[in-house]
Design a protein around this ligand. Structure first.
Ligand SMILES: [Zn+2]
Length: 498
């Protein structure tokens, strides 16, 4: 084996392998801080990752990324100061990193439980645990060291079955089953458990206890949500009454510092039943601003509602005050008294929240009521290392989700995208207000053919290159029309006001 240069990040030791435990960006995005792609390739550094890792990590959030990014600023308090009255912790760590992010393609893929590898003399026994906390995830056991790495299947907080930034809900039952599998396979042999977040757990008995409690918590939330749903309760009613038994509620590693029983039980409901709770009144209600105006009128007008909401606030009924004042703000977005009282109410809800994300959601809402919505334009150049790995098709999927359907409804366009550096062509069409794309030879009837390269596409997406700078054969005006139908996402859209 060649001598591999050490890096500062590895404490002076040569890096022979990297394990990406799962497809969330906080578990691979910082790779270039430790290891460059050139270094990895030159020195044959093994990159170990679960099956589906590249696909999930590069594509998971592309389609819904702009809205998720905006909502993530609420969840992680990105715009809040770091202070006792603002952001204090995310629940999984102090805060997400803000640096550049990148990725490396795996050399070794883990696709089944029981798969073993020997890396630099150290034996690894892997558990493949997809569609759990992340779409692609693994854990592993080191038999020589009697050490189990639980990745993010287990942690020192109740985790998210649903994440408040918005994402597909997670399968609580599968998640619990994987923890049980890990307990049966490794937990009973392990002397230490270490995970991707937080501190290790030492000692055989404590490990068994720890894994059982984490396992049973997700299963308890899952089973009891279904029991209550099958008894006719709807999500908010279930969330209100569901509490963990003392044996699960007391251990510190199980507290709701990140996830909460409330939003996790709603996630289980959503997994099985979707958004509709079955009540006809909730099938087609008025949208928020329209409903708000009528609520406020029915309740005696703005001033009367604010006065009553103040009494609720003074009585500490913050959840109710928020619910009512939200109607006033949506009915009258310029009502400063309502916005000020709602902001104070969100402050109180934030201060009393145990969950870091709940606190940040409330306090960010309060800040935006006071100061207005803050744009959170994501600088795409920060993620070039990641975007380079995204298949071209996924960018065209995302482009389709930016098409202004009503405006495009009567357009019929066919454009060839000829990637000259890759020798591949993609045909894009707009018809019926829908953008389709296929990787296939150029269409003869195309309105225009764009001659570009993969880096040029990235520059186009990142905004460093404008469509006018593209090399085009055929009707340039049609291409202009094509791009004019694509809408830029609003990265600072209003949340606490209509
Ligand atoms: Zn994580």
């Amino acid at each position: 084996m060649p001598r591999i240069p050490s890096t500062r990040a590895s404490g002076g030791k040569p890096i022979v392998a990297v394990i990406f435990t799962h497809s969330h960006i906080d578990h691979f995005g910082g790779i270039e801080g430790v290891l460059s792609a050139e270094h990895a390739q030159r020195d044959n550094v093994r990159i170990i990752a679960p099956k589906g890792f590249m696909q999930e990590s590069t594509s998971e959030n592309l389609l819904a990324g702009p809205a998720m990014g905006r909502r993530a600023t609420y969840m992680f308090g990105g715009a809040l100061a770091r202070s006792p009255r603002d952001h204090v912790d995310s629940g999984l760590g102090k805060a997400p990193s803000k640096g550049h992010f990148s990725i490396l393609a795996p050399t070794d893929v883990i696709d089944h439980t029981g798969q073993t590898l020997t890396v630099d003399g150290l034996e690894f026994d892997f558990q493949y645990a997809p569609e759990s906390e992340a779409p692609a995830e693994l854990t592993f056991y080191l038999p020589q060291l009697k050490a189990f790495c639980g990745a993010e299947l287990v942690s020192h907080t109740l985790h998210n079955i649903y994440t408040l930034r918005g994402a597909k809900v997670r399968d609580a039952l599968k998640w619990s089953d994987y923890i049980d599998e890990a307990l049966q396979r490794y937990g009973r042999r392990a002397d230490v458990v270490f995970n991707s977040h937080h501190w290790p757990v030492w000692g055989h008995d404590r490990i068994v206890d720890y894994l059982k409690i984490q396992r049973d918590t997700y299963k308890y939330i899952h089973d009891q949500t279904l029991r209550l749903a099958n008894a006719g309760y709807t999500p908010r009613e279930i969330a209100e009454q569901l509490t963990l038994p003392e044996s699960l509620a007391k251990p510190f590693h199980n507290r709701g510092y990140y996830g909460t029983i409330s939003h996790d039980s709603k996630a289980v409901y959503q997994w099985y039943f979707g958004w509709f709770d079955g009540n006809p009144a909730n099938l087609d209600p008025l949208p928020p601003a329209d409903a708000a105006k009528k609520y406020v009128a029915f309740m005696g007008g703005t001033d009367a509602v604010i006065e009553k909401a103040q009494q609720s606030y003074d009585a500490g009924e913050y959840r109710w005050a928020a619910q009512v004042l939200n109607h006033v703000v949506f009915a009258e977005p310029d009502n400063d008294a309502a916005k000020a009282l709602l902001a104070k109410t969100y402050d109180q809800l934030g201060y009393r929240a145990q969950s870091g994300p709940w606190r940040d959601v409330y306090l960010t809402g309060a800040k935006e009521l006071r100061e207005g919505a803050q744009g959170t334009s994501l600088d795409m150049s920060r993620g070039l290392g990641l975007l380079r790995q995204v298949p071209i098709e996924r960018f065209f999927d995302a482009m389709a989700a930016r098409l202004n359907g009503p405006e495009a409804a009567t357009s019929n366009l066919t454009i060839n995208f000829d990637f000259q550096d890759r020798g591949e062509n993609h045909v894009l069409t707009i018809e019926n207000g829908v953008l389709h794309h296929w990787k296939r030879p150029p269409a003869d009837n195309a309105n225009a053919t764009v001659r570009l390269t993969h880096p040029a596409l990235l520059a186009l997406i990142g905004g460093q290159l404008s469509p006018q700078q593209l090399k085009v054969d055929g009707d340039r005006a049609s291409l202009g029309r094509f791009f004019s139908l694509l809408e830029a996402p609003d990265r600072g859209f209003a949340i606490v006001t209509p």
